[in-house]
Design a protein around this ligand. Structure first.
Ligand code: HEM
Length: 136
């Protein structure tokens, strides 16, 4: 594992890319609740871009996890010890669980629908094979 005294450029780039995307996704996700009912094509387009950026977060987060596991991060400040150190580690792990779990759950949910989803609002988005369509 590579040792560094600071986070690598790649780690910092991945951190901010994922942070900005998640912030946009949270805001956009809530706005999706208020799409105009008389403009279906706009709604479909906004949902397709939500799914596309969600899957981009998934890819970047997996890359980030691989990078994190193969590159030792800089040590915590020496005043952070014991319980605080444990909590810090737990929060880091939880963030990875959410960053990877949330897009996977979104993907799993749309995999139960017969409605076709499109990456970049153009390419067919494959459904996860673990779930069947029970919608009738
Ligand atoms: C980190 C990634 C993601 C974040 C932060 C996120 C966030 C959100 C938020 C905040 C909502 C609105 C929830 C509400 O107000 O009820 C939402 C809805 C939705 N998301 Fe995501 N999402 C992510 C990834 C995905 C992915 C990857 C997909 C599908 C491939 C997806 C599909 C959906 C769908 C279909 C809805 C609408 C659910 C409904 O109201 O019927 N999301 N998302």
């Amino acid at each position: 594992m590579t040792e560094t005294s600071t986070y690598t450029k790649t780690a910092r780039w991945l951190h901010w890319a994922v942070a900005v995307l998640i912030a946009l996704m949270l805001g956009g996700g809530f706005l999706m609740e208020f799409m105009p009912e008389d403009n279906l094509s706009l709604t479909v387009m906004v949902f397709n871009w939500h799914k596309t950026f969600g899957l981009l977060i998934l890819v970047l987060s997996v890359l980030r996890l691989v990078w994190r596991l193969t590159h030792k991060p800089p040590p915590l400040p020496p005043e952070i010890t014991g319980f605080a150190k444990l909590i810090s580690k737990a929060v880091h792990i939880l963030f990875y669980v959410f960053m990877i779990g949330m897009p996977l759950i979104g993907w799993a949910i749309i995999s139960t629908s017969r409605f076709p989803s499109k990456l970049f609002n153009a390419l067919p988005l494959p459904k996860l094979p673990i779930l069947r369509d029970y919608s009738g």
